[in-house]
Design a protein around this ligand. Structure first.
Ligand SMILES: [Zn+2]
Length: 412
């Protein structure tokens, strides 16, 4: 019994600990201002826009405080009342097949938690983003997005869950190796075909139209040795006025995607600079590296999970009776939080390094100045925080703050 209590207390400490860490970081970031903006950042915002960007930061921080406090309370209630065990018993009495049981068990948990988070997501889109003039999502798009999301999750997550459950039951202690293989193959497939299979469900992607922009991009792509046919425009303006661009995919399935909002906001030379940055990600093999890192991570995680799932104590803690795959999965999800926080910090650090490298790649074609001016424009249009707290950057930023990127690009 002592063991059960110890594990229970450990879980509570982990959950509340990571909550307080988040709140502390948010608070530091909220309070953090510099007496005077550095010269390199002075022309990003005028006074009114700067004030607006500070307000946006405050609203976001307040919103994240309310939603994460709600999640914390919810999770604590579920644990204190052993509600996972209640759901387990309820379904056990009614369902014979373990596969159907696992689908219903995680399906119900998923649907309930999605419904409970729905008001927050509505508020975020239609109140918060709307107030700052970012929102372009219609109610219809919001609803259909949500429904499509549900169907996709049911198919993909449901399928993987069934497969892994089957592997676990069929192979026992070697299951993690096989599960690793399956997940790796699946993520390889997804990173190849994501743009062909998933993106079209939500957005339209079109090849670049004829004209000055296409000519310039073509000229640059030739210089950089990148195939123009892999560059697409996407209708990001359907949901938000915020602009973006990304590189995705592997080998023949690689592509660079530019938001239509980006093309509207920037001058052609600046767009070429952004494109050069994205080609930099490709040339430096960043996607490949991320895939390797996440594969190694998945392997370690599955191995740890395989050691863990057999102990009945983890099931008892959640209100269940005997050791089981589904309870082990949930307990592991909670206890793994600190590890995934540390790995998240590491991945962000690597990602920030990659951003510098991609910037430098664009700089090597003499595009440092247009890249800087495009970054400034994007910061202005997205009301991004000019002066994030260093600790907040360390934990959460996948891209370096604007000032550091400018300084890196300005180096002779
Ligand atoms: Zn980048």
């Amino acid at each position: 019994m002592i063991m059960t209590e110890l594990v229970f207390i450990t879980m509570i400490v982990i959950i509340t600990g990571s909550y307080f860490l988040e709140q502390w970081l948010d608070y530091q970031n909220l309070q953090y201002t510099v007496p005077e903006l550095p010269d390199k950042l002075k022309d990003v915002f005028d006074d009114e826009e700067y004030r607006k960007s500070q307000l946006y930061k405050q609203s976001n921080t307040r919103f994240s405080f309310i939603s994460s406090t709600f999640s914390l309370i919810l999770l604590l209630v579920v644990l204190l009342f052993g509600l996972f065990g209640v759901l387990e018993r309820f379904l056990m009495e009614r369902v014979d097949s373990y596969y159907l049981f696992v689908l219903l068990f995680f399906g119900i948990i998923g649907i309930l938690s999605d419904l409970l988070s729905l008001p927050f997501s509505v508020y975020d889109t239609f109140v918060l983003e709307e107030r700052f003039g970012f929102n372009r999502t219609t109610v219809k798009t919001f609803i259909t997005d949500h429904l499509k999301g549900w169907i996709l999750t049911a198919l993909i997550a449901g399928g993987i869950l069934l497969l892994i459950t089957w592997l676990y039951r069929a192979t026992g202690s070697y299951f993690w190796l096989l599960a690793w293989g399956v997940i790796t193959l699946f993520s390889l497939f997804m990173s190849m075909f994501y743009s062909n299979l998933i993106v079209p469900l939500f957005n339209k992607q079109t090849p670049l139209e004829q004209g000055d922009l296409r000519d310039r991009i073509e000229a640059f792509a030739r210089k950089a040795g990148y195939n123009l046919s892999n560059i697409y425009l996407i209708d990001g303006s359907r949901r938000s006025s915020k602009a973006n661009a990304y590189f995705t995919g592997l080998g023949p399935k690689k592509r660079i995607v530019l938001y239509d909002t980006l093309v509207d906001d920037l001058e052609n030379e600046e767009i070429v600079a952004v494109l050069a940055h994205e080609i930099g990600h490709y040339k430096k093999r960043h996607t490949m590296l991320n895939l390797v890192l996440s594969t190694v991570h998945t392997g370690i995680m599955l191995y740890l999970f395989s050691l863990f799932v057999e102990f009945p104590v983890f099931s008892r803690v959640l209100g269940g009776s005997e050791a089981s795959f589904h309870m082990g999965l949930i307990a592991f999800g909670i206890i793994y939080t600190p590890v995934s926080t540390v790995l998240g910090i590491l991945m962000n650090k690597i990602s920030r390094k990659h951003e510098y490298q991609a910037d430098e790649y664009a700089g090597s074609f003499g595009l440092a100045d247009p890249l800087i001016s495009s970054l400034k424009k994007l910061t202005r249009n997205n009301l991004s925080n000019l002066t994030p707290h260093p600790a907040y950057v360390f934990f959460h930023y996948s891209h370096p703050p604007l000032l550091q990127r400018i300084e890196n690009l300005d180096q002779p």
